[in-house]
Design a protein around this ligand. Sequence first.
Ligand SMILES: Cc1cc2nc3c(=O)[nH]c(=O)nc-3n(C[C@H](O)[C@H](O)[C@H](O)COP(=O)(O)OP(=O)(O)OC[C@H]3O[C@@H](n4cnc5c(N)ncnc54)[C@H](O)[C@@H]3O)c2cc1C
Length: 475
Amino acid sequence: MTLSVMWFRRDFRLQDNTALYHAVKQAQHRKEPLLLIYHLDPKFTDRDTPNHRYFFAVLKRFFTDCEEKGINIHVLQGTWRSAFTQLLENHPGVSSIFFNKDEVGEGCKRDMEVVEYFNQKNIMVNSFDDYSIHHANEVKKANNSIYKVFTPYFKKWMTMPKKQPLIISDETIKNCIIKNERLYKRGLEKLSAVVESEPGPVEPAQEAKAVDLLELFLENSIDHYDCFRDMPAAEGTSRLSVHLSTGTISVRTVLYHILEKQQTSYSTGMDTFVKELAWRDFYTMIHHYFPDCKTKEIEPKYHLLKWNHDDILLQKWKEGKTGYPIVDAGMRQLKQEGWMHNRVRMITASFLTKDLLMDWRLGERYFEEMLHDYEESSNIGGWQWAASVGTDAVPYFRVFNPITQSTRFDHVGEYIKTYIPELSLVPVKHIHEPWKMDDTVQGEAGCIIGKDYPEPIVEHSVQRKKAIQMFKDLK
Ligand SMILES: Cc1cc2nc3c(=O)[nH]c(=O)nc-3n(C[C@H](O)[C@H](O)[C@H](O)COP(=O)(O)OP(=O)(O)OC[C@H]3O[C@@H](n4cnc5c(N)ncnc54)[C@H](O)[C@@H]3O)c2cc1C
């Protein structure tokens, strides 16, 4: 019996999933059954970080949600080669395979290898651009070179036609697929072995929840997005990032609904939000053309920067014990929730690189471990931006001041107090610089500096000068 295979990766949804849509259409057309699979790679299952735990919890939820709909995903384990060898032993009649391709990182390298493997076996490969609105090769200058600066990239991005969501009913999918009882049962055992039985404190992303969240955001928040998106205490952003990174919603669907709403009720918030979605595409494109950017600065002149190495300072930063409340609140939010507000990501990244003068790669790696919404391209882009070493980055002489940032974006310290209980009684006047409280105020606030909450571990004004000098020394 011939059959085709749909391979899920980080696209845990049934709607507007390009590869799935085309796999189902082909199965209908050829009247050929479709087998759904997921491949558990030991490269990932062997890593135990909050990011990995969350990702596999989302996979498990997707698996269970699909099962409840009578849609069965077969989980394979081992290197991709051994996993597919097993699959082909069970189903020698596989005629074609469908997946959404990776344009960056390890996934991109693996895709090149698997395509060759399937070609050798005369299995038709159908791979699709799905993770972005516009993929890496789409948005180019007139002379076919790439944009390295966001604004002209975005201008071009906006002029390009946008795709409609690809919708199919669950029933249609159910009617196309087959279940291999033995393979399915074994897969479930493998999946259960890597996913903790107790869900973590944060509920895993799920297709239905993503749709609800988008609807709520469009109804209540998008019109004010431009006003509140920088306020970490406000619920001013969409919180869609975990859904986009695990694929429980398609980014094209998100855009489609915004553009649809824009037809009847325009707001500047919508324009600003669309621009953020384009940043995601921009960083994916940059990562595609600079495949070494996880380890190398995009700007070659910064390869020789001499970063500081200090494990004690690094640990204090990670634990939210730097003595700078906005930095500490952000790092504690990350630890507690696996998510951090964008403005605070910028502040904490700037603090590590410009105040502690530490290598941005250490921060990128720590965020990789901790963020539930980890997306390699956006994270590298964000870190190289903050460290002033990437393309279209913040200029090295414009160093974020954590006190000014905090005063401006968390004016009364609401965000700070949410994550740093030891500062909860500190008066607004001192919340951004608690070390300036005199002994009496410290006593009244129940917060003795150096005992209940740390002294600043470095002095910003001094470090700022050192950071600028570090860059100047290269010239
Ligand atoms: C140092 C640093 C590291 C970052 N690491 C990641 C990461 O690993 N994964 C990630 O998804 N985003 C990352 N970002 C970008 C941004 O912080 C998050 O996308 C955003 O905070 C997610 O929350 P939200 O969904 O509520 O965002 P919203 O403000 O609602 O934005 C909507 C969507 O637009 C995209 N987006 C928004 N801002 C950016 C941006 N600056 N770059 C790329 N895409 C953006 C995201 O997909 C986001 O979900 C990083 C930013 C910095 C400064």
